[in-house]
Write a protein that binds this ligand. Structure first.
Ligand code: AGP
Length: 616
């Protein structure tokens, strides 16, 4: 989604804004722009395409030849087009007619047409096709009517329908920026510096300057001065909003020695899982403690998991884990479907949202639906201070650290660990429901980082498979039982970054149609670890082979039979069945990565995709 950076302080705002926008590039964008206040005048530069185009224009035509000693203010934006084409005129920031104000915006102004009509009837002329521009004109209208900036900004925000995050700059008020958030259009994070303040739509954009960050809630507005931040609610009443100390150091948000963020994040998984477990498992007794989640004395009647994309696949695996370890019934829905199917939910149920970003509109809406129906709402979330974390009655942090690559990897495996920990916590509170002793469960977890490291070891097979099959147009992924969702996840990974069409299926479904697809051009990835459905998978592999399909198996080390059946084998170490998806997920990620690189795709920012889908 759109990236936002704002700055107020003594330093030159431009490098801070450009560098911050660069750190938000992963959010996906098609144009960019900046506005600074220079000698009481707002100067704007915008460019279509990558940030480098904007930087080149700024180098050729500096916005402000020399900075005075007074406060410096600036706002910047990377745009992911929703209203209006990808043009310089539609890029943010947008100005009011008199050039007195500049705004940047994330979200969709659902009533922009009527606002635009109303403003046009007052003689306002629009320069762009965007919904954002109405915000600038509305703000300028209230300022011209004599409202102080804070009041004018609040009145403007209250007039907007839909989910919107806005940052405003007023040439007549050079001692403040104003940021507002109405709905869950993606965050507003405010970084507290020494005599300077930073505003961003996402933490990595400002993390190098400060780790003290406060987050606006839905319906809040912040008046940001260089040495003070005042937060107001939608009625203008003061709100106390403490700052979080974000544990993410700037380095961890950098790519380091890796070629892509996705590559770095794949190889961080052993460390990430270690962090996820840290302090939560007593490996002597097996006791599990979840620091931000209270397990109720009464078992939930049912847990309804709602999530999107990769997180939904984690939810499907969570069903196996929670039902088998804690014997609590679980239903899993795609969040975008959940609230429209009139789910049967009551106060003895739980709605569990799984979301890396904590800002996915569909998942937040599903969680809100749970609240509306009086269910307890839990979350498994990665982003500190996100909407989902704050909306939930209790949450389990993934602790994966910043996940920058659009394709989710370490967040997926750490969310599986969180699901396992949740199941253990439920089982331990309701021991009569448990099917194994806590110690056994804890010992399995203790082995996990080591097992993951073994799957991450250098392996030439990925380059070999990419060289051999990178030009194929279709792939099939098959799995059964707790690894069936890994087939879905493998297919999603391949298609979202290499643009090869891929489908994931429960292997047992092959005979009901998909087997018609098999021919010598169709590579079939089969997850066939030694578990209770292994024999079924072997017969599936034989069916594929008998139709001249090529089989790439993910199998348990030492399995001689599969080595004879499959054309290629990627080995994973033996592990307790419910933990095998954490291991088998990694070959799915590495396969997709190598194919995407071999095909010259933009691995970290695949076309048409954004890291966090904050619109429905
Ligand atoms: C996964 O690789 C995709 N980037 C996408 O499916 C993602 O998992 C989905 O949009 C959900 O995001 P969330 O976990 O932040 O809610």
């Amino acid at each position: 989604m759109c990236g936002i950076i704002g700055y107020i302080g003594r330093r030159d705002p431009l490098p801070i804004i450009l560098n911050g926008l660069q750190r938000l590039e992963y959010r996906g964008y098609d144009s960019a722009g900046v506005a600074v206040l220079c000698k009481q005048q707002i100067r704007v530069e915008r460019a279509v395409g990558k940030l480098s185009n904007l930087a080149a224009k700024l180098a050729a035509h500096p916005l402000c030849d020399q900075l005075g000693g007074e406060l410096q203010l600036g706002i910047g934006h990377t745009r992911w087009a929703t209203h209006g084409g990808v043009t310089e005129l539609n890029a943010h920031p947008h100005l009011g007619s008199e050039g007195l104000v500049a705004v940047v915006h994330n979200g969709i102004v659902e009533n922009y047409a009527e606002l635009k009509h109303e403003l046009a009837s007052e003689g306002v002329r629009f320069a762009s096709e965007t919904d954002t521009e109405v915000i600038a004109h509305l703000l300028e209208r209230h300022l011209r009517a004599g409202q102080p900036f804070e009041r004018a900004a609040l009145t403007t925000l209250q007039a907007l329908r839909g989910s919107n995050a806005v940052v405003m700059l007023n040439a007549l008020q050079p001692d403040m920026l104003i940021a507002g958030r109405m709905g869950n259009a993606g965050g507003i994070a405010i970084g507290l510096g020494e005599g300077e303040m930073f505003i961003a739509s996402d933490v990595p954009g400002i993390l190098e300057h400060t780790r003290r960050i406060l987050f606006l809630d839905d319906g809040e507005m912040a008046v940001v001065r260089a040495d003070q931040v005042t937060v107001l609610d939608r009625n203008g009443s003061l709100v106390s909003r403490p700052a979080h100390l974000i544990p993410w150091d700037p380095v961890s948000a950098e790519r380091g020695e890796y070629r892509h963020f996705m590559q770095k994040e794949i190889f961080e998984q052993a460390r990430a899982i270690t962090d996820t477990l840290r302090g939560r498992v007593n490996f002597e007794t097996g006791a599990v403690t979840l620091e931000s989640m209270a397990i109720p004395a009464a078992l939930p009647r049912k847990i309804h998991i709602a999530a999107c994309g990769t997180s939904a696949h984690a939810g499907l695996i969570g069903k196996f884990i929670i039902e088998q370890l804690a014997h609590v019934p679980v239903e899993v829905d795609y969040a975008s479907e959940f609230r429209y199917r009139e789910p049967l939910i009551g106060s003895s149920d739980v709605v569990l949202g799984i979301t890396q970003s904590g800002e996915t509109a569909d998942t937040l809406a599903a969680m809100s639906e749970g609240k509306r129906r009086k269910a307890a709402v839990w979350a498994i979330v990665n982003a500190i201070g996100s909407q989902a974390e704050r909306l939930a009655d209790g949450y389990i942090a993934m602790r994966a650290g910043p996940e920058i690559g659009v394709a989710s990897t370490k967040a997926f495996t750490t969310s599986l660990v969180d699901l396992y920990l949740l199941a253990c916590a439920l089982a331990q509170v309701h021991a009569d429901h448990a099917d194994s002793d806590p110690f056994t469960r804890a010992r399995s977890l203790a082995q996990l980082p080591g097992l993951v490291s073994r799957v991450l070891a250098p392996n030439p097979i990925y380059d070999e498979l990419a060289d051999r099959f990178h030009d194929r147009e279709h792939f099939l992924y098959l799995g059964r039982g707790v690894n069936y969702p890994i087939a879905l996840e493998g297919a999603l990974k391949l298609k979202e970054i290499s643009y090869i069409h891929a489908e994931g299926y429960p292997a047992g479904e092959m005979k009901h149609g998909p087997i018609a697809l098999i021919d010598e051009r169709m590579p079939v990835v089969c997850i066939a670890v030694r578990d209770s459905v292994y024999e079924k998978m072997i017969s599936q592999i034989e069916q594929v082979k008998s139709r001249r399909g090529t089989v790439i198996a993910v199998a348990t080390e030492g399995d001689d039979l599969i080595a004879r059946k499959a054309d290629f084998v990627i080995w994973v170490p033996p592990a307790p069945p419910l933990l095998t998806p954490i291991l088998t997920a990694i070959p799915m990620q590495r396969l997709a990565y190598h194919f995407a690189v071999r095909r010259g795709c933009d691995v970290d920012q695949p076309r048409n995709l954004a890291k966090s889908v904050t619109v429905e």
